[in-house]
Design a protein around this ligand. Structure first.
Ligand code: SF4
Ligand code: SF4
Length: 445
């Protein structure tokens, strides 16, 4: 069978064999959780509880009145010990609510929905918002916003994203093998909200178990969804790449999937939507892959949000002595971790510990103008130029060369024989362009 894919990109070694066959293990509620008040793209939440308050599992503990935002819930029952700055997986210290467990688990559920097919769409969207659901593939954009595109965007297709193209990660893979029914139910609910008839399921061919299970349940349950097995290529899980692979539609630079009539959602997000709408459960836990050659027993864990990473490693036999680097989210787009007290957040799809055998300390050389970065870039950008403009703070050029279209996939840096940290400089460039734009707007005002 000819497999579909997108243009450019690359094939990093995937190391998925380390955890692909490990069934999801549900961890018991931890004694302490540290829950960041912001875990999404959009307006930050404000704490709604104070030190000393008793909270139930599922209770909203931080929220915002802004539309582009998502509330945060207590993930264990217990007492608020503190609201303070703690280490966050993104590298800085952020406001978190520390809850200490006090024995019996008591739940606060969402308002139940009797039959979602007969429930007004506004109420379904409210339930998804109240559940705190965001894109669990790592993007963390609030799902209720994504499922309510403006009226002038005609959405005709929904793509379920089961690609999980980052090396090492197998959380989505296992979820599809073990929870296909709930994922398909979540997909149906989202398509119902969007009033879309055409549904596609994109899964890369290195997940034969997930493809077989999802295909079998689609047929047995009578869903009209089309399975689209995809050739393995990074970064196919990025929305624009996936839309091209599945539908051959190109999302122009500066435009969004909804501009070409498509909404994409990740399989873990679909699972969370099904739990919220049919079981009244808010988002308090997620599947996270704990893996890498530096982990003694790689696993896929269902862990409460707020659980410190060090506890996940404990369950996996801990890390080996020669661990060289730890990432949250995978080696291509993930963030290097320096503090294992940092907690699982909504966007934590994996935590990967690698040894010195796999991570070399690289010497950087001058650019030899080989063009490998350009050939690898799936967004057709000129990474070499953008990196230079970022280093030299050239805001006008950064804008002209489309730095904001960079999806920070890391293909350019991976392909560069001179080991130039291209994507890191491009990130700096994006920051400098934003600062320049803010300054210009202020001067004009
Ligand atoms: S420039 Fe951006 S989009 Fe292009 S390869 Fe580099 S990180 Fe990826
Ligand atoms: S891949 Fe590296 S060496 Fe080659 S052109 Fe790009 S920046 Fe220069």
């Amino acid at each position: 069978m000819k497999l579909s894919t997108f243009k450019k990109g690359l094939h990093p070694e995937d190391y998925k064999y380390l955890s692909q066959d490990q069934a999801i293990e549900t961890l018991p509620p931890p004694d302490d959780v540290y829950i960041p008040v912001q875990q999404h793209i959009g307006t930050p939440c404000e704490p709604l509880v104070k030190k000393g308050d008793r909270v139930k599992t599922g209770q909203i503990i931080a929220d915002s009145s802004a539309y582009v935002s998502a509330p945060v819930h207590a993930t264990i029952s217990g007492t608020v010990k503190d609201i303070s700055k703690y280490y966050h997986p993104l590298g800085m210290r952020e406001t978190m609510i520390h809850i200490q467990r006090d024995g019996e688990e008591e739940w606060e559920y969402l308002e139940p929905i009797d039959d979602w097919k007969w429930t007004p769409k506004e109420k379904l969207l409210k339930t998804i918002r109240d559940a705190g659901i965001v894109g669990l593939g790592g993007a963390t954009f609030p799902t209720h916003v994504k499922l309510a595109p403006p009226d002038d965007r005609a959405i005709d297709s929904f793509i379920l994203n089961g690609v999980e193209c980052e090396p090492y990660l197998t959380a989505d893979d296992r979820l599809m093998v073990e929870e296909a029914d709930k994922i398909l139910l979540g997909m149906s609910i989202m398509m119902h909200i969007l009033d879309v008839q055409k549904g596609y399921i994109g899964i890369e061919n290195n997940k034969p178990g997930a493809i077989a299970r999802m295909q079998k349940r689609v047929v047995e349950l009578g869903y009209p969804f089309k399975m689209v097995p995809l050739k393995v290529k990074y970064p196919q899980g990025a929305e624009k790449m996936l839309i091209y692979s599945v539908l051959r539609r190109k999302v122009p630079c500066g435009k969004l999937p909804m501009d070409v009539g498509v909404v994409v959602n990740n399989v873990a997000t679909a699972y969370a939507v099904a739990e919220a709408v049919t079981e009244a459960k808010p988002l308090i836990q997620r599947v996270i892959t704990v893996t890498g050659d530096g982990v003694k027993q790689p696993k896929n864990l269902m862990a409460r949000i707020g659980t410190p990473f060090k506890e996940l490693f404990n369950v996996c036999g801990n890390v080996k002595d020669n661990v060289n680097r730890i990432f949250m989210g995978g080696p291509m787009m993930g963030m290097t971790q320096y503090h294992l007290e940092s907690p699982v957040v909504k966007g934590s799809s994996g935590i990967v510990a690698v040894t010195g055998d796999l991570v070399e300390e690289l010497t950087t050389f001058p650019c030899i103008r080989c063009g490998a970065c350009v050939l690898a870039c799936p967004m057709n950008l000129l990474p070499l130029r953008l990196s230079k403009f970022g280093q030299e703070n050239m805001a006008g050029e950064l804008e002209d060369y489309g730095v904001s279209n960079c999806i920070e996939c890391g293909c350019c840096a991976f392909a560069c024989p001179a080991n130039i940290p291209l994507v890191q400089w491009i990130r700096v460039g994006k920051l400098r362009l934003r600062e320049h734009q803010a300054k210009t707007a202020k001067e004009k005002a």
